[in-house]
Design a protein around this ligand. Sequence first.
Ligand code: NA7
Length: 575
Amino acid sequence: MANKEVDVVVVGAGFAGMYMLVKLRELGLSAHCFEAGGDVGGTWYWNRYPGARCDIESLEYSYSFSPELEQEWTWTERYATQPEILRYARHVADRFDLRPDITFDTKVEAAAWDEDTERWTVETSGGETLAARFFIMATGCLSSPNRPDIPGLDDFAGETYLTGLWPHEGVDFSGKRVAVIGTGSSAVQSIPVIAREADHVTVFQRTPNYIVPAQNHDWPDDTLAEAKANYRQIRAEAKEETGGFRLPHGTSDRLVTDVPETEREQEFQKRWDHGGLVFLAAYPDEGLFEESADFAGEFVRRKIRERVKDPETAEKLCPDDHPFGSKRLCVDIGYFETYNEDHVDLVDLKATPIERITASGVRTTGGDHDADILVLATGFDAMTGTLTKFDIRGEGGTSLREKWEAGPLTYLGLMSAGFPNFFMLTGPGSPSVLSNMMVSIEQHVEYVADILADLQARGGATIVPLESAEEAWVQHGNDTAAPTNMMRSNSWYLGANIPGKPRVFMPYSGGVPTYRRICDHIRAEGYPGFAIDGEANETPVAFEEFADVPEVLVPILEAMAAEAEAAAGTPNVQG
Ligand code: NA7
C-alpha cells in the first residue's frame, strides 16, 4: 500500500530532473523527486575526476528557460569545469527552491503500473511506497559506470577508482605510480591533470581516438556581456543545428571529395584553431563515407604526429580502425603533449592485451606494469544501462528490462508501448548523446509538460504509445543511422563497449531540429501513434518527410536507399 500519493514521481535530480520539477510546479502538479546522490547535479555530481569539464561551450551548455538565470549567472571559462557546473546546478536548485521536493541519497528500486487505479506504485530504498499518476525517469544517458570484467581486478592491492564514480574528497596522486585504463573522453581529460601530480603514469589504450584541441580560455568580459545581451539569438541558433550547438563555421554545401586540397586544409585548420566539436561537420558527406571522413581523419593524425615527439608513441596514438566522427569526438587540453613527458608511458593493448590485474599492477602479454593507483576510465553502460537496472513493470506486469532484451524499443525515445504515463527524458531513440544535452533536455521536459497539460485540459488520465508507432519509430531510427559511418565503429552508441549488449544504434541520428519538428507535429495533430484513455490514434506519421537533408546529399541518399532496398528485396523508406 502506498503511504504517499503524488501526481508525479521523478527519478534523478540532474539537469533534466530539476527542470522537470520546475515545469510540473508551473502546471500545478504535485511532484516528488528521488536522487541516489547526496546533492543535485547528476552526471556532474558523480564525474569528479581531475580535469572533468564539458565539451560544449558553457554559454550553450546551460538552461535557456529563465532569462533571469541567464543574466545572473556568469560562466568563467569557455568550457566549464565540473566544479563550476556543479555550482551552477546547486544555484538552480536553490534559486527555484527545488530541494523540498527532492529526497537525496535515496534510490527508486521498483515501479509497477496498476491498471485498476491507473497509478504507478513506486518503491524507494528509503522504504517509502508512493502512488503516482505519472512516472518520469530523468536518470541520464551516462549514469551506469562500466567496471570492466578484467580478471583479477579485485586482487589489486592499491587504490582503484572509476572516473564515473570519483570520490568526493579527491585523490592524492603525489609520489604515486598511476595506471589508467581507457582513452575515451574521461581519460583524455584526466590524464594531463593526473600526470602533473603523479610520479609515473602508464596509460593502457585499447582504441586510439580522434581528439581535437578545446582551445579553452577564460571568457573575456566583453564576450560575456555580448552573450548576455544576445542569449535569445544564441539559443535560437543552437536549436537549429543538428547537434544542438552553434557551428560558427557552418557546414559546406559541397562534398569534401569535390574540394581542392588547399581549400580543404584551410577549412580544417580554421576549425582546429577555433577548437572543440565544431571540427565535426565541415562537409556534409563526412558522416556518410569512410573515404570522406578520412580527410578530417588524416588531418587529425598529422596533428598527432606533430604534437607527440616520439614517432613510435605518435603512431600508437593515431586512430586507424574507425572512421573519423563515428565515435564521440574527444576534446583535449594538452593530452598529446603529456606523452612527451618522461614519466608518462603508453601501452598499446592491441599489441599486448591485458592478461589480468595483479596485486601490484597490470599484467599484459608484454609484461608487468606496477602501480599504486588504478584509474578505470572505462566509460558507461550508456543509454539503457540505468533504465534496465530498475525493476519497471508496465501493463500485465511486463518488465521493461525483458522487453528491451534485444535493444531499446521506444516511441520518440520518450515512452514505451505497454508502459502508460511513463516518460524517459532523453531516452534511447531521441537525439540525446548526439546533441548538446541541455538543448535536448529542455525540449523533452517542455514536451512532457505539454503532454501533461494537454491531458489535463481534456480531462484525460492515461497516455501510452501504440506498438505500431513504436515499431515505425525504431525502424525510422535504424533507417536514419544505416547509411552513416556511426554504424561502422565499435562505439558505446551501439552498445559495443559492453560485452553481451545487443548491437543496436541507440540515439536518434536525425538531428535536433528534425526531431523537434516531428515531436511538434505529433502534438499538433492530436498525438498520432498514441492512445489517450484507451482511444488509439493510428494515423501514421511520415517521419522521413521531416528530414533536413542537405541538397547535395539527396541524390546520394536516394541511391543508397535504392541499393539497400534492392539488397533487402523489400521497400525501404529513406529519410
Ligand atoms: P568512453 O568514451 O566509453 O571510453 C572508455 C574507454 O575505456 C575507451 O577507451 C575504451 O576502449 C576503454 N575500455 C573500456 N573497457 C575496456 C577494457 N576492458 N579494457 C581496456 N580498455 C577498455 O567513456 P568516457 O567516460 O571516456 O566518455 C564517455 C562520455 O562522457 C564522453 O563521450 C563524453 O560525452 C562524456 P574502446 O574504445 O572501447 O576500445
